[in-house]
Design a protein around this ligand. Structure first.
Ligand code: ME8
Length: 571
């Protein structure tokens, strides 16, 4: 809905030429955290993800594997892309495939409308094409090849040769939108974020846009151009439309009116498609432009973008098999400033798991609940008179709820998490300072013991609610243990501190169990310290520390690619 009250969020739709790696999972988790947050805050929320199945890249991969592109896409969607969502606990409302009928039919409808409105014409095109990017390249996008490609010009992103194409194509009059786009960026500085991506987009458009070739004639794996079935629609033009075809465009006006426009979470590699071509297409069709395009940073391996074609991909389940999906989600959301690049390392993951999740949050929950079980037989005690320390916990609770919500509204997920962690730290400090185990030894301090445990339990419940969008499994476990009333995902997030309990706690299994490290030690605080290398919060460690079931370092990941390609990657 255009009044901003609904929150429609999308990920890119991913190419099915290969299986997902943690870069794709990273985008999914970020969008999922935002979707869960808004949903739990009561905003009407719709979260879309899906797969991009047309184009030369998929066609070549399928052909190399001796199957049709549709068979290939079906196989990859069923065995890899859909299962990814379960592996990392994604709560999408819809999954669109560009081979869905609802998509293909309405891509044609959109194109016909643009054609009828005079935005499409026929022309000759000659240029270099990178099948990996599915994009025509300018000479300035090319670099000198090395090794196998010595002496050739290669795509700077894929390090593979480009192909010279000469075709008669249909063109979209994108150049008409140079000024309207510049006006849009100026009128709405938040349209493209973060600032670094915005600056790049604005200076690109300022150079003036050229018209865009939007059809291909030399192969037929795509949506047919409605008035000329010897052409298929250019794969990016087709793919971008998923955001509206999934939202009812062309077949469910009420739904489309309710959902559109969307917030697009994409990697910065494809921000230009989303912040230039896509709004120009929408303007030409007389539709509203997206709410925002956010181009997040890259996960790097050895200083380079992790990628399938460079064999540096790590499969998400390599991490979740050892650490669980919550740790995966927490790690990537807290260790990397959303919007900036970040290097993944097993050591940093292991260190943060132990220090922040197991010791910081998990132990806090276990201790407090164990104390209530021990001293009050599981009945949450009534508080006595409050002191300054108790008041301070309550003030921090309220402050972090408001500040985390504000950070999420700016898509600053890492900031929201570090704000929430202030409450973890506050509660840990409170328990240490109040020493409830010492109070329990003095019968005259019973009142005080009750107040302290009551205050700590209240704080824990608030934490469970706030962390539910980020680490849903652990938050739900904690919620159940606290006797939380109803489903945690129904507890209004913006007033998390008003959560309700039935008054009794249950024993709590460790929220983040010990993980065995490579050197054979277990994941206690000491082991965590020895496994932790140079992560911002981790102490220094001997080389090779890490979780047992993962490669011990990024070097290992690079040498022995963890993503086992299911076929030939044509990119
Ligand atoms: O571009 N770090 O699909 P794709 C962070 N089909 N994110 C990464 C990443 C990395 N190293 N590698 C990939 C396409 N990603 C098109 C999109 S949308 C209409 C069409 C994530 O399978 C990131 O979100 O190549 C990036 O933008 C996306 O995967 C590219 O996925």
């Amino acid at each position: 809905m255009s009044d901003g009250s609904s929150f429609y969020i999308t990920t890119p739709i991913f190419y099915v030429n290969d299986v997902p790696h943690i870069g794709h999972a990273y985008t999914e988790v970020a969008a999922d955290v935002l979707a869960r947050w808004h949903r739990q805050a009561g905003d009407p929320t719709w979260f879309l993800t899906g797969t991009d199945e047309h184009g030369q890249k998929i066609l070549r991969t399928a052909t190399a594997n001796g199957v049709t592109p549709k068979e290939w896409a079906d196989r990859l969607v069923e065995t890899a892309w859909q299962p990814l969502l379960a592996t990392i606990d994604i709560s999408n409302d819809d999954f669109i495939r560009t081979t869905d009928e609802r998509h293909e039919v309405n891509v044609q409808l959109f194109l016909q409308r643009l054609f009828d409105a005079g935005y499409i014409y026929t022309g000759e095109y000659e240029g270099f094409y990178c099948v990996g990017c599915e994009e025509y390249k300018q000479p300035s996008d090319l670099v000198d090849g090395t090794g196998l490609y010595e002496g050739q010009q290669v795509c700077a992103i894929h390090s593979k040769p480009v192909e010279l194409l000469q075709e008669r194509n249909y063109f979209f009059r994108m150049s008409d939108f140079t000024q309207p786009l510049l006006d849009l960026y100026e009128a709405n500085p938040n349209f493209v974020q973060p600032e670094s991506v915005r600056n790049e987009i604005v200076s690109f458009v300022r150079q003036g846009l050229t018209d865009l070739s939007i059809s291909r004639q030399t192969f037929d794996w795509g949506v047919k151009v409605p008035w000329d079935d010897t052409h298929v629609v250019y794969v990016w033009f087709d793919a971008l439309l998923n955001y509206i075809t999934a939202a009812g465009y062309g077949y469910d006006d009420e739904k489309f009116e309710r959902l559109w426009p969307a917030t697009h979470i994409v990697g910065k590699d494809i921000a230009r498609f989303h912040a230039v071509i896509w709004p120009a297409m929408l303007m030409a069709a007389g539709l509203e432009v997206p709410t925002q395009v956010f181009g997040h940073g890259w996960l790097l391996v050895g200083g380079e973008k992790m990628s399938k074609s460079k064999l540096t991909g790590i499969a998400p389940n390599q991490i979740t098999d050892t650490f669980g999906s919550d740790a995966f989600r927490y790690y990537f959301m807290s260790a990397i400033n959303f919007g900036q690049d970040g290097s993944f390392s097993w050591e940093d993951l292991s260190a943060r798991y132990q220090a922040e999740l197991a010791n910081g949050f998990g132990n806090l929950a276990s201790r407090v609940i164990a104390l209530v079980n021990r001293y009050f037989d599981g009945e949450i005690p009534n508080p006595g008179v409050s002191e300054g320390a108790d008041e301070r916990v309550r003030t921090v609770e309220r402050r972090v709820v408001a500040e985390a919500d504000e950070a999420i509204s700016r898509l600053a997920i890492h900031e929201a998490l570090s704000t929430i962690w202030q409450l973890v730290d506050e509660l840990n400090g409170y328990i240490t300072a109040q020493e409830p185990w010492a109070l329990a030894k003095k019968p005259e301090m019973l009142d005080r013991l009750q107040t302290v445990l009551f205050t700590a339990i209240r704080g824990l419940g608030t934490l469970a609610v706030l962390l539910s969008p980020i680490i849903p499994e652990a938050a739900t476990k904690l919620w159940t243990t606290l006797g939380g009333v109803g489903d945690i995902t129904d507890v209004p997030l913006r007033t998390a501190y008003h959560w309700e309990t039935d008054g009794k706690v249950w024993p709590l299994e460790p929220l983040f169990p010990r993980v065995e490290t490579i050197d054979g030690s277990d994941g206690t605080a000491a082991a965590a310290a020895s496994a932790a290398p140079n992560g911002p919060k981790g102490p220094k460690a001997p080389a090779g520390g890490g979780a047992k079931r993962g490669p011990e370092s990024i070097d290992a990941a690079t040498k022995a690619p963890a993503v086992h390609p299911v076929g030939t990657d044509a990119s």
